[in-house]
Each structure stands twice: as structure tokens, then as C-alpha cells.
Design a protein around this ligand. Structure first.
Ligand code: ADP
Ligand code: MG
Length: 289
């Protein structure tokens, strides 16, 4: 970036300080539970409700939203920081009007960015936060330091599990680490049960987790709903077309529609909007200083 570009960018940033994106971090304990498929199709469904949505792949090195979309992104978060690109240069236009940022590789030391890169990252994030209605972060499996920080900074988080006991146990372990290390006032965690055979099966999985989370972590887990097991999800992955688009009458799409309806009907007052950037700033200050 040359001097003039930097100047232009600063002016642009100052004009767009009004942050309004609602930020949601999607995480899981175990990998392979359908987190990326959920994050992507949830974003597309929100897009179809007329919302401006950015899906931000933060699964550095393992991100695969681009594969699910059939895209081959030229740039990524990693190359933005390496080459000082503007965030608008790394945003890809995906299916159905949603925008997408690839994770890329090589950004292993996210928290040890030098001060100028860190300032630059915050500036760029501020720009997207003022441009989109929703930013959905797809995090990798497990609960690293980086995941903890992003979940704490986001307005809310969604933990994805299947109904398998191994997946439920790992979701609990991830939530435990998160809850123990966070201030509860700012934490909203909702459970999404993926690959459920029935509503009853999903409800049982939720009740199991809810009861241990209440008993041992003294935290009230929210339930955002479930997505049915659907063979056509596998077909959608193979065709690199999101299931929400590929199979309009599929069980997965229909259950996601129910999740979206409930989500959109939820009163906004429960969500602590408009503090994302300051929370990201403080999470970095904590690490950088
Ligand atoms: N609702 C579903 N029904 C059937 N299969 C599913 C469903 N959701 C996910 N899958 C399968 O799980 C695989 C892993 O999904 P993915 O979203 O990549 O998981 P993660 O991001 O958690 O690693 C998909 O490729 C697909 O085969
Ligand atoms: Mg994934």
C-alpha cells in the first residue's frame, strides 16, 4: 500500500465508523460434524432473507468453504496481512449474494502480529463491520486461544454437534474451556444439532448437554435448532453447490428454514450488538502488550 492509498483508506475508515454487523462465531468440539456446511448454508439462508452476509473462514490451513462453494479464491486473510491488501480485495462474491473471505494458510501466529499489522487488521475489520448485516466466522474444530478470543469478541456463538456421543462429549469439552475462560455476561452460546434423524433425537441431545452445562458449568445453554440427516448434503458437497441451493425440497434445507425462522423471530435485545470491534481490539491488546 502506498502513501496515497493509505490516506484514502483512512478517510474511508473514518467515514464508516458506525459498526452494525451482527457477528456470530460457529465452532465445534470434534471436526467433521458439519460445521462448515452449517455456517455456509445458514449464511445463504440469511442472504435470502435480504440480509447482507459475509462468511469469514477462520479455519486457517484447513478452511474449506471455498471448496463447498466451488470457488478458487486468489487471496485470503493470510495474503491480506502479508501483502497489505485491502479487505475488499480478498472478498469473493459467492452464491446467492453472500460474500466470502478465505482463511488461507500460514497465519499460524495470529496473535503475534506486529503492531502495524494488528492496526491494519482492526481497520479492515471495521470496514467490513460497517458494510455487512451479519458476519459469520467458521472456526476450526476444538478450542484454541484464537478460537476463544474470537468467540468472546463475537456477539454470539453457535456450537455444532451431531447426535453421536463422541461429538456431544467433545462439544461439552469445548464449551467448558470457553465458559471457564470467559465473562458470562457477554457470552451467548446456542447449540445446533446436525444430522438428526428426528426432532426428538435432536431434543434428547440438547437436553443431555443442557443439563451437564447447567450442573457443572452453571451456564444456561440456548437451543437454536437442528438440521436433519440428509443424503443430498453429501451430493451437494460432491457437486460443490450448497445444499440450500441444490435441493430446495431436501430435509436439510427444510430444517434450516425452521432454524432461520426461529432465529429471525428472536428479540434482538438479547444480543449485545455494536461492540465487536472494541472487543477484538481488547483481545489483541491483551496478547500484544
Ligand atoms: N445434515 C447432514 N446430513 C448428511 N450429511 C451431512 C450433514 N451435514 C454434514 N454432513 C456430512 O459431513 C461432512 C462434513 O461436513 P463439514 O461441514 O465439512 O464438517 P466440519 O466443518 O465440521 O468439519 C460433509 O461433507 C457431509 O458428508
Ligand atoms: Mg469445516
Amino acid at each position: 500500500m502506498n502513501k496515497d492509498q493509505a490516506h484514502d483508506l483512512r478517510i474511508k475508515m473514518n467515514q464508516q465508523t458506525e459498526e452494525h454487523a451482527h457477528t456470530i462465531a460457529v465452532f465445534s468440539g470434534k471436526g467433521g460434524v458439519g460445521k462448515s456446511n452449517f455456517a455456509l448454508n445458514f449464511s445463504i439462508a440469511l442472504g435470502q432473507q435480504g440480509k447482507k452476509v459475509l462468511i469469514f473462514d477462520l479455519d486457517i490451513g484447513m478452511g474449506n468453504i471455498d471448496i463447498l462453494l466451488g470457488l478458487q479464491p486468489k487471496n485470503s486473510l493470510s495474503t491480506m496481512l502479508e501483502k497489505n491488501l485491502q479487505i475488499s480485495d480478498i472478498i469473493e462474491e459467492g452464491t446467492q449474494g453472500i460474500s466470502y473471505i478465505a482463511a488461507g494458510t500460514g497465519l499460524s501466529d495470529f496473535f503475534h502480529l506486529d503492531q502495524s499489522k494488528y492496526n491494519y487488521f482492526i481497520q479492515q475489520l471495521q470496514f467490513v463491520a460497517s458494510t455487512y448485516d451479519y458476519i459469520i466466522f467458521d472456526l476450526g474444530a476444538g478450542m484454541s486461544e484464537e478460537h476463544l478470543a474470537f468467540i468472546q469478541a463475537a456477539d454470539e456463538s453457535i456450537v455444532v454437534t451431531t447426535t453421536e456421543p463422541t461429538s456431544i462429549t467433545d462439544a461439552y469439552a469445548a464449551m467448558k474451556r470457553l465458559i471457564v475462560h470467559s465473562s458470562r455476561d457477554h457470552l451467548k452460546i446456542s447449540l445446533l444439532v446436525n444430522r438428526a434423524q428426528s426432532e426428538q433425537e435432536a431434543q434428547i441431545a440438547f437436553t443431555k448437554l443442557e443439563s451437564v452445562v447447567t450442573k457443572f458449568l452453571n451456564y444456561k445453554l440456548n437451543f437454536i435448532g437442528f438440521i436433519r440427516e440428509d443424503r443430498t448434503v453429501v451430493e451437494a458437497v460432491k457437486k460443490q453447490i450448497p445444499y440450500y441451493i441444490l435441493n430446495e425440497r431436501g430435509k436439510a434445507k427444510k430444517s434450516l428454514d425452521q432454524v432461520i425462522t426461529d432465529f429471525m423471530n428472536e428479540p434482538v435485545k438479547h444480543k449485545n450488538n455494536r461492540q465487536f470491534i472494541s472487543r477484538v481490539r481488547s483481545m489483541f491488546t491483551r496478547k500484544v502488550d
